[in-house]
Design a protein around this ligand. Sequence first.
Ligand SMILES: Nc1ncnc2c1ncn2[C@@H]1O[C@H](COP(=O)(O)OP(=O)(O)OP(=O)(O)O)[C@@H](O)[C@H]1O
Ligand SMILES: O=P(O)(O)OC[C@H]1O[C@H](OP(=O)(O)OP(=O)(O)O)[C@H](O)[C@@H]1O
Length: 237
Amino acid sequence: MTITIALPSKGRMKDDCSAIFERAGMPIVAVGNDRSYRGRVEGWDDVEVAFLSASEISREIGNGSVDFGVTGEDLVREGLADADRRVEFCARLGFGHADVVVAVPDIWLDVDTMADLGDVAADFRTRHGRRLTVATKYWRLTQQFFSSQHGIQLYRIVESLGATEGAPASGSADIIVDITSTGSTLKANHLKILSDGTILRSEACLVRARKESHEGDPMVQRIIAAVQNAGPKSNGA
Ligand SMILES: Nc1ncnc2c1ncn2[C@@H]1O[C@H](COP(=O)(O)OP(=O)(O)OP(=O)(O)O)[C@@H](O)[C@H]1O
Ligand SMILES: O=P(O)(O)OC[C@H]1O[C@H](OP(=O)(O)OP(=O)(O)O)[C@H](O)[C@@H]1O
C-alpha cells in the first residue's frame, strides 16, 4: 500500500521539517520542479509526499485523505472535533513551538486568573450592557477551555482572521485567545497572559490518521520509528 505523508509546502515549519526527515533517513525530493506539490522520499518507493499548508495538513489528516502529516498540534486540535479519536500524535518534533493563550489588557489589574475572568464575565452585562467578547481564530479551543474547563459561559467569540492582538485596543473585542512564542506581540499590544490561561503548548508533530488499513502495516511502523528517532530526545508524544 502506498503511504502519503503531507508536509508543509511553505511557512515557518517547512525547513525544520525537511531537516527532521533528512535525519530520519527519509530525504524528501520534489517530483518535477521546485514548485511542485508532490514529492517522494528517496529510497522509500511506497511513500508519496504531498506539500500543503500547515492548516490544510490538519484538515487532510482529519478526513483521512493522507496517512501522515507534519503540522502544529494547535491546528489539529482546533481543526478537528474529537482529535484524539481521529488521529494519533506519533512524535513531537521540537520546533514550531507556540502557546495558545488567554490574554487580557495589562490595565485589568484585578484580573490574573481564569477565575477572575469568570467573575468579570458574570458581571459584564450588568456593567456594560453586553457580553464579554473574545477575539480569536481558535474558537473550538476557546469554547472547550472557557466552557468545559472553567465553567465560563457568558462570553461571545468575535472571529478574528489576523492581527488578533490589536482587537482590544481597536475596540472590536475585550480580550483575546491567540498563539504566542516570544511574547513580543502581546507586550507591544499591552496584553498579559492569565496565570492559568495557557490553553495548549503546541509544537510541530508527526500526526497519523487513524485508519484500519494501518493496522499491522510494517511501513507505518517504520515511518513512525524513523521520525521518532530523528526528533528531540524527550520524545514521548
Ligand atoms: N510565532 C508564531 N506565529 C504563528 N504560528 C507559529 C508561531 N510559532 C509557531 N507557530 C506554529 O506554526 C504553525 C503555522 O505555521 P505557518 O504560519 O507557517 O502556517 P501557514 O503556512 O501560514 O499555514 P496556513 O497558510 O495554512 O495558515 C502553527 O501550528 C503555529 O502554532
Ligand atoms: O509571541 P510572538 O513571538 O510575538 O509571536 C506571536 C505572533 O506571531 C504570529 O503572527 P505572525 O506575525 O507570524 O503572522 P501570521 O500569524 O500571519 O503567521 C502570531 O499570529 C502572533 O501574532
